[in-house]
Structures are given as structure tokens and as C-alpha cells.
Design a protein around this ligand. Structure first.
Ligand code: FAD
Ligand code: NAI
Length: 475
């Protein structure tokens, strides 16, 4: 007889493992199935985020930033470094250790919360009674049942036609995190989040990085003023960013790869790279779920189709995270996982899509929440804007990084905060204040009247809020 659970979660990334933990906290007998396998053949819980996404990329961003600072920025502080060397193998080993700590942490959390873990591939099978069961194909094969099923199978890198990932020369995010020696020339197709983060890592380590982007605008989803400032800073750092290109044939050599492309003026180019990262977005993982056998509906782009509550077309089958519509972000996946577990328990799980923060972990970082100025214009909303540059912030000067600014957008009539956009040091941390403020529907005046510690970067947030009313004090 098959093992029976109240809740079966397929996928152990941020969406799945968090849904499983919350379901178990709510008193449900819960199983989580995850297929990710480490090099020893064992499980590696945490999905894309832990294994080849958020965590390892931030580890390499940190290492490469230290290396760059040691090479240039320390001298300003009177710290002279000689004989500076980069040990790439050690940098990668540190990253792998951090990943493993996170993998092990989730195993511990499953034990603590009594979540039953199955290492293997989960798929739907039709049951004799017309319902469905979940087949787990691991070392052994078994069938389990759940009163509720949560699909959290995540996403995978999208390949360019004719340029399959070999993870040696043509790299997805996976290979981009494992490059064993700094490439002399690195090509990046796609100036999105991965392209900029991974391009920054290898540029800081010494690679000559060329980014090729199809769209004519840089970071189109980001507030225009912030994107322009970021573009200027990235170009100054040495990233070659080419917008409006059309990628042609990609030809692999023995040790290099040639990208034929047409630039925004119609001129044809042949660029030869030692490595090529392709980061042009991600596709949902629904292959292998056997969705069609049980009639689980996918949308026109291949995502599991869900309503606002993450319900699929099948009764008691839910889906969360990258495999459904919405931003492909770990914290979005987690929020949906918690909300679904609470809805299963009859509670009112809640995800506010208007206050999901975005962060791009370049240097300077880019972070935002809410609407951009161009979106407000398109929506016909009357707004007021206030900006404050880090150049006028004492802490930024002491840190030695005065690049960027904080920008507030508030409703012209009610003063409610509609969007906050930051490019600058520690933007990832600063944005939380704006998220909290927007969640509580605060006005810019509320932030302007709150005491912020001095000296801190967060004073730039207060000053930008003051600037909405044209009364910033330090600029
Ligand atoms: P995933 O993390 O993809 O997990 C899905 C899991 O399900 C995987 O373990 C997979 O093996 C498993 N699985 C799939 N099919 C099956 C099956 N049939 N049976 C069993 N198991 C299955 N987001 C951020 O918020 N911040 C960041 O800094 C950030 N950085 C990123 C950097 C990179 C390089 C990349 C690629 C992504 C990054 N992301 C970041 C995005 C983030 O990783 C994803 O949004 C997040 O992992 C989605 O979580 P998920 O649980 O939906 O899916
Ligand atoms: P992306 O959507 O961020 O960027 C893809 C870029 O590639 C776009 O600018 C797009 O216009 C361009 N592009 C598409 N097709 C192209 C083509 N044929 N030629 C040239 N350019 C082309 O996708 P990316 O960088 O792959 O990342 C995927 C997702 O992973 C992100 O959208 C984000 O949700 C998540 N992520 C989040 C991070 C974070 O939160 N810090 C870090 C990394 C990834």
C-alpha cells in the first residue's frame, strides 16, 4: 500500500521546502520530494537557489568584490597590498562549502519539523479510483499519495537555438558558477540579472567582459533614471554593454566560441570568447511531471496555470514559485509556499505582489519595490518624486562608495509611497525599509519624520523622502 500524507510537495527549492515546513508546522503529515543530486549521488536540498542560483552567486560576488577592493580600493585607505593573487580553486571551494551548509541546513529543518523527505523524481500517475498518486523514482521506486499536492518544480536556464549548453564553453548559470580559471575574454548574452551579476564576478576577477543584449534599453524593468545611472557606472567599471544586438550563428571551436551578431547600427561582428554565458531568461520545469496524464493545465508559456491563490485546475493541487507566473525570485516562491500551506489549513494566506522587492547584486547594487516612474506615467498616475545622492551621505563617504542614489515616488495627492528605487552600496538591505513602509501604506512624509541612525546609508532613504516635499536637509 502506498504511503499516505496530508501534503506532498514536489520540489525542494525555496518554494517547495518552505511550503513543506509551513505545512508541517500547521500539523499536516508532509512529504517533500526533490530530485537534485550532489556529485556524490546524495540529495542537495534547496533547488536552484541554493545549488546554482542565489547562494553560490552571492558567494562569488563577495569573493570577487574583496579581490577588486584589495587591488584598487584599499590603497585609498592607506592599505598597500602587494603580491595580490587570486586562487580561483579556493574561491570556488568556499562557494561549494557555503552551498553544502545550506543543503545540510534544510535537511536539519526537515528533521526538526518532521517533514518526510524523498530523494528522487516525482511525477503524477493516474490512480485506480480516477484520482492521482505521485510516483517517486529514486534509488527505489515507490508511490505515495497526498490529500493535497504542491508543485514547486522551479525553472531551468533557457538555451538559445543552435547553442546548447555544454557547460564548458557555452555556459548556463550552472557552468558560470564553476569556471575553473578566469577567462581572458568572456561573452555574455542577455544583460539581465544573471548576465550582470555573473559578468561582474568574472570582470572583477580580471576577465574582459562583453555583454550582448537584444533590447535597445538597458534594464527596461528598472526605473529609467536608476538604470541610466547603473549603466554609466558599469561601463566605467569596464563592462562592455552592447544594446539592440541581434545574435546570429554561434560557432564552437576547440577552445573558444565565436558569436556572430549585428549591432544596433546594422554592422556585423564576429566576437571570439574563451567562455560564453547565455542568460536570456528561464523556462519552467514541467517536463517529467506527467501533467498531461492527469490533466494538469499549463498556460501558453508552459507554466503551471494557477489562479491568484496558486490553485491549479485540479482539485487540491497547488503550484508555487518559478513554475508559475510572476517574478522568478526565491522570496516570491517562499511567500507563495507559506500562503499555500496556510490556505490548505483554511487560513488566509497572503502574498502582496505590489511589495515584492527586486535586487540586482552588482556593485553598486540595484534594488526596488513598487512602480517605476515610467510605469506611473503609463498608468496616468499623478506623482511626486524625490531623490538623494549617496555623494551627500557621510556614511557612504566613509565607506568609500558614494555612487548612486535613493529615489522615492509618492502619490501627488495622498503622498502614499508608490515606488522606491535605489542604486548604491547595500541597496539590498536599504530596500527593506521601503517594503515595510509600502506594506503599511505609509506616506513619504512618514519616512521623512522617522529618526534614522547617523551616520548610516539609511539616512539617504529619509532624505529622499524629504526631497519628495523639496526639503531634503543635506543636499
Ligand atoms: P527551484 O529553486 O528551481 O527548485 C525546484 C526544485 O525542484 C529543484 O531542486 C529541482 O531539482 C526539483 N524538481 C524539479 N522537477 C522535479 C520533479 N519532477 N521531482 C522532484 N524534484 C523536482 N532569486 C532571488 O530572489 N535572489 C537572488 O539573488 C537570486 N539569484 C539567482 C541567481 C541565479 C544564477 C539564478 C539562476 C537564479 C537566482 N534567483 C534569485 C532565482 C531563484 O533561484 C529562483 O526564483 C528560486 O530558486 C525559485 O524557487 P523554486 O522553489 O520555485 O524552484
Ligand atoms: P532576465 O530576464 O533577467 O534577463 C534576460 C535578458 O536577456 C533580457 O534583458 C532579455 O532582453 C535578454 N535576451 C533575451 N533573449 C535574447 C537574445 N536572443 N539575445 C540577446 N539578449 C536576449 O533573465 P536571466 O538573467 O536569465 O535571469 C533569469 C531570472 O532569474 C531573472 O529574471 C530573475 O528572476 C532570476 N534571478 C534573480 C536574481 C536576483 O534576484 N538577484 C539573480 C539572478 C537571477
Amino acid at each position: 500500500m502506498s504511503k499516505q500524507f496530508d501534503v506532498v510537495v514536489i520540489g525542494g527549492g525555496p518554494g517547495g521546502y518552505i511550503a513543506a515546513i509551513r505545512a508541517a508546522q500547521l500539523g499536516f503529515s508532509t512529504a517533500c520530494i526533490d530530485a537534485w543530486t550532489n556529485e556524490k549521488g546524495g540529495p542537495a536540498l534547496g533547488g536552484t537557489c541554493t545549488n546554482v542560483g542565489c547562494i553560490p552567486s552571492k558567494a562569488l560576488l563577495q569573493s570577487s568584490e574583496h579581490y577588486e577592493h584589495a587591488g584598487h580600493a584599499f590603497a585609498d585607505h592607506g592599505i598597500n597590498v602587494s603580491g595580490l593573487e587570486l586562487d580561483v580553486a579556493k574561491m570556488l571551494k568556499r562557494k561549494d562549502t557555503i552551498v553544502k551548509q545550506n543543503n545540510d541546513g534544510i535537511v536539519y529543518l526537515f528533521k526538526k519539523n518532521k517533514v518526510t523527505f524523498f530523494h528522487g523524481h516525482g511525477s503524477f500517475v493516474k490512480a485506480a479510483d480516477g484520482g492521482y498518486e505521485i510516483k517517486v523514482a529514486g534509488k527505489a521506486e515507490e508511490t505515495i499519495t497526498g490529500k493535497h499536492i504542491v508543485v514547486a518544480t522551479g525553472s531551468n536556464a533557457r538555451a538559445l537555438p543552435g547553442a546548447a549548453f555544454d557547460e564548458e564553453l557555452i555556459l548556463s548559470n550552472d557552468g558560470a558558477l564553476k569556471v575553473g580559471a578566469v577567462p581572458k575574454k568572456l561573452g555574455v548574452i542577455g544583460a539581465g540579472v544573471i548576465g550582470l551579476e555573473m559578468g561582474s564576478v568574472w570582470r572583477r576577477c580580471g576577465a574582459e567582459v562583453t555583454v550582448l543584449e537584444a533590447l535597445p534599453t538597458f534594464l527596461g524593468a528598472v526605473d529609467e533614471q536608476i538604470a541610466k545611472e547603473a549603466h554609466k557606472l558599469f561601463v566605467k567599471q569596464g563592462l562592455s554593454i552592447n544594446l539592440g544586438v541581434k545574435i546570429g550563428e554561434i560557432v564552437k571551436g576547440a577552445n573558444d566560441v565565436t558569436v556572430n551578431y549585428t549591432d544596433d547600427k546594422g554592422a556585423e561582428h564576429k566576437a571570439v570568447f574563451d567562455k560564453l554565458i547565455i542568460s536570456i531568461g528561464r523556462t519552467p520545469n514541467t517536463n517529467g511531471l506527467n501533467a498531461e496524464a492527469v490533466g494538469l493545465a499549463l498556460d501558453e508559456r508552459g507554466f503551471v496555470a494557477v489562479d491568484g491563490d496558486c490553485k491549479t485546475n485540479l482539485p487540491n493541487v497547488w503550484a508555487v514559485g518559478d513554475v508559475v507566473r510572476g517574478p522568478m525570485l526565491a522570496h516570491k516562491a517562499e511567500e507563495e509556499g507559506v500562503a499555500v500551506a496556510e490556505r490548505i489549513a483554511g487560513q488566509h494566506g497572503h502574498v502582496n505582489f505590489n511589495t515584492i522587492p527586486w535586487v540586482i547584486y552588482t556593485s553598486p547594487e540595484i534594488a526596488w519595490v513598487g512602480r517605476t516612474e515610467q510605469q506611473l506615467k503609463a498608468d496616468g498616475v499623478a506623482y511626486k518624486a524625490g531623490t538623494f545622492p549617496f555623494m551627500a551621505n557621510g556614511r557612504a563617504r566613509a565607506l568609500g562608495d558614494t555612487s548612486g542614489m535613493v529615489k522615492f515616488l509618492a502619490d501627488a495627492t495622498t503622498d502614499e509611497i508608490l515606488g522606491v528605487h535605489i542604486v548604491g552600496s547595500m541597496a539590498s538591505e536599504l530596500i527593506s525599509e521601503a517594503v515595510v513602509a509600502m506594506e503599511f501604506r505609509a506616506s513619504s512624509e512618514d519616512i521623512a519624520r522617522i529618526c534614522h541612525a547617523h551616520p548610516s546609508l539609511s539616512e539617504a532613504t529619509k532624505e529622499a523622502a524629504l526631497a519628495v516635499d523639496k526639503r531634503s536637509l543635506n543636499f
